[in-house]
Unconditional design. Structure first.
Length: 170
C-alpha cells in the first residue's frame, strides 16, 4: 500500500466546495480550495460572498488510501482525476502545486517581457520579485506573453505582471 502523501485533484458537484472544505478542515486533511470574495448589491446593500476561484475542483494532500476513502466517509461525490497509464489517481507534483497556490494569491494582469532571449515555449524561472522561485512556460495569450504554471491533465494558470529581467531560461 502506498503511504506517500501527495496532492490529488477531484471534481465535485457545483456549490459543494464550501461544505467539502469544512469537512476536510474538521478531519484535519490538508487541502486547497481557493475562494475569492465578490461583492454584490441586494436591496441597496453591499453583500460580500465567497465564490470558488475554480468551480467544482478541489485539491487534497494526503495518502492514496485516505484520498479514496474521503467520498465514502464524507458522503460527498468526489471524482478524482485519474492517470490512464497507472490507473490510479493523478498525482500533482508538490512544486507545481506550490507554484499554483502561490500564483492564485495574486490578481492577474498583463505581462510585459523585455528579455529578448526568451521566446514562446521556453521553460523559465522567476528569479526576483514576488514570484521568485516560480517555474513555468512562456506562452502568448491574448497577444501578451505570460508565464504559465501547468497542472498536468487539468489546466494552466497565468501569472501576474513580471518584468523580463526577472526571468531566466531553465
Amino acid at each position: 500500500m502506498e503511504q506517500n502523501v501527495n496532492w490529488y485533484a477531484g471534481r465535485v458537484k457545483y456549490r459543494t466546495e464550501k461544505k467539502i472544505k469544512n469537512y476536510l478542515e474538521e478531519e484535519e486533511i490538508k487541502h486547497f480550495i481557493p475562494f475569492r470574495k465578490i461583492y454584490r448589491r441586494h436591496n441597496g446593500k453591499r453583500i460580500q460572498k465567497e465564490k470558488p476561484v475554480i468551480s467544482c475542483l478541489i485539491f487534497v494532500n494526503t495518502d492514496y488510501m485516505t484520498a479514496l476513502s474521503i467520498p465514502d466517509k464524507s458522503g460527498f461525490n468526489i471524482s478524482y482525476i485519474y492517470n490512464n497509464d497507472t490507473k490510479k489517481i493523478q498525482i500533482i507534483p508538490d512544486k507545481q502545486m506550490q507554484d499554483f497556490m502561490f500564483v492564485l494569491n495574486f490578481s492577474e494582469d498583463v505581462i510585459k517581457i523585455s528579455n529578448t532571449n526568451l521566446k514562446k515555449g521556453d521553460r523559465v524561472r522567476v528569479i526576483k520579485g514576488d514570484f521568485a522561485g516560480i517555474e513555468g512556460e512562456l506562452i502568448r495569450f491574448k497577444r501578451h506573453k505570460r508565464v504559465v504554471i501547468r497542472l498536468e491533465g487539468l489546466f494552466s494558470i497565468a501569472t501576474t505582471y513580471i518584468p523580463g529581467e526577472f526571468l531566466e531560461k531553465i
